[in-house]
Design a binder for this molecule. Structure first.
Ligand SMILES: NC(=O)c1ccc[n+]([C@@H]2O[C@H](COP(=O)([O-])OP(=O)(O)OC[C@H]3O[C@@H](n4cnc5c(N)ncnc54)[C@H](O)[C@@H]3O)[C@@H](O)[C@H]2O)c1
Length: 251
C-alpha cells in the first residue's frame, strides 16, 4: 500500500517543470495521474514514460469546454477525482505602462480564470469523495511583490486570495484547498530565458540572487510540498499558503 493508492489526481501544466515533477512524484507514490496540459505531445510523452496509471489529456485551462472535457474524461476513464493541482501558468516582464491589454487579458485568463474553471468543474467530484483536495500553484510574489512583473504578480495575488476563499466555501464538503508559493524555480521557463539572454551569466546571477539561499529551487523541491498538501498527512491544513522559496519572502 502506497501513500496515494487509489487516488486520482489531475495536474494542470503537468507536462513541464513543477507540474511534471509533481506528476512523477505522485505517480511514484501510487496515484493515478492525469497530465493535463495545452502541450498535448509533451503530456503524451510523459504519460508514456510513466506507464500504467498515467493518462494525458490536452487542455486549455482558460477554455470552459476544454476544462469540462478534461473533468468528464477523467471521471469516465478513472472513475473518480480526489485531487486537483491547479498548476498551469506563465509570466512575462512588464509594468502597467508597458504591458499590452491583450497580453494582460491572456495571462489573467490562464493564471486566474484557469484556476476558477478547473475548480468549478472539479468541485462536485472532489466533494463526492468526502476528502477532496485542491492544491494551487501560486507564487511568493503574491505575498511580497517584485518589480517588472505586474500582470504576473497580480494574477498570483488572485490565486492566493482565491485559495483562501475556496477553503472557506468548501470546508463543509470536506474539500481542503491550499496553495504552494514557490520562489524562483529552475524550470524550463527560466531555462529558455537564460539560454536566449544577451548575457546568460548575468541573468543566472540575478535569478540565483533572488533568494537568501543564493540559488534557484528545483521543481522536485516544490513537488514535495504539493504532495504533502495533497496527502492525508496534512489533514488540518486548509486555506494555507506554503512558501517554499529559499527565504525570498523572509527578506
Ligand atoms: N518557475 C518559477 O520560478 C515559478 C515560481 C513560482 C510559481 N511558478 C508557477 O508554477 C507553475 C508552473 O510553472 P513552471 O515554472 O513549472 O513552468 P513551465 O513553463 O515549465 O510549465 C508550465 C506548463 O503549463 C502549461 N500551460 C501553459 N498554459 C496552459 C494552458 N492554457 N492550459 C494548460 N496548460 C498550460 C505549459 O504547456 C507547461 O507545460 C506556474 O503556475 C507558474 O506561474 C513558477
Amino acid at each position: 500500500m502506497t501513500e496515494f493508492d487509489g487516488d486520482v489526481v489531475i495536474i494542470t501544466g503537468g507536462a513541464s517543470g513543477i507540474g511534471r515533477a509533481t506528476a512523477s512524484l505522485l505517480h511514484s507514490r501510487g496515484a493515478r495521474v492525469v497530465i493535463a496540459d495545452v502541450n498535448g505531445p509533451a503530456a503524451d510523452e510523459l504519460a508514456a514514460e510513466l506507464g500504467e496509471g498515467a493518462l494525458a489529456v490536452q487542455v486549455d485551462v482558460s477554455d470552459s469546454a476544454s476544462v469540462q472535457h478534461l473533468i468528464t474524461t477523467t471521471v469516465e476513464q478513472l472513475g473518480r477525482l480526489d485531487v486537483l493541482c491547479n498548476n498551469a501558468g506563465f509570466g512575462f516582464r512588464g509594468n502597467v505602462t508597458t504591458i499590452a491589454e491583450a497580453d494582460w487579458d491572456r495571462l489573467m485568463s490562464v493564471n486566474v480564470r484557469g484556476v476558477f474553471l478547473c475548480s468549478k468543474y472539479a468541485m462536485p467530484h472532489l466533494a463526492a469523495t468526502g476528502t477532496g483536495r485542491i492544491v494551487n500553484t501560486s507564487s511568493y510574489t503574491s505575498l511580497v511583490g517584485i518589480a517588472d512583473r505586474a500582470a504576473y504578480v497580480a494574477s498570483k495575488g488572485a490565486v492566493t486570495a482565491l485559495t483562501r476563499a475556496m477553503a472557506l466555501d468548501h470546508v463543509a464538503e470536506g474539500v481542503r484547498v491550499n496553495a504552494v508559493a514557490p520562489g524562483t524555480i529552475d524550470s524550463p521557463y527560466f531555462g529558455t530565458m537564460i539560454a536566449e539572454a544577451d548575457n546568460p551569466g548575468e541573468l543566472l546571477d540575478e535569478l540565483n540572487g533572488r533568494a537568501p539561499m543564493r540559488r534557484m529551487g528545483q521543481p522536485e523541491e516544490i513537488a514535495e510540498a504539493i504532495a504533502w498538501l495533497a496527502s492525508s498527512r496534512s489533514t488540518f491544513a486548509t486555506g494555507s499558503i506554503l512558501t517554499i522559496d529559499g527565504g525570498s519572502s523572509a527578506w
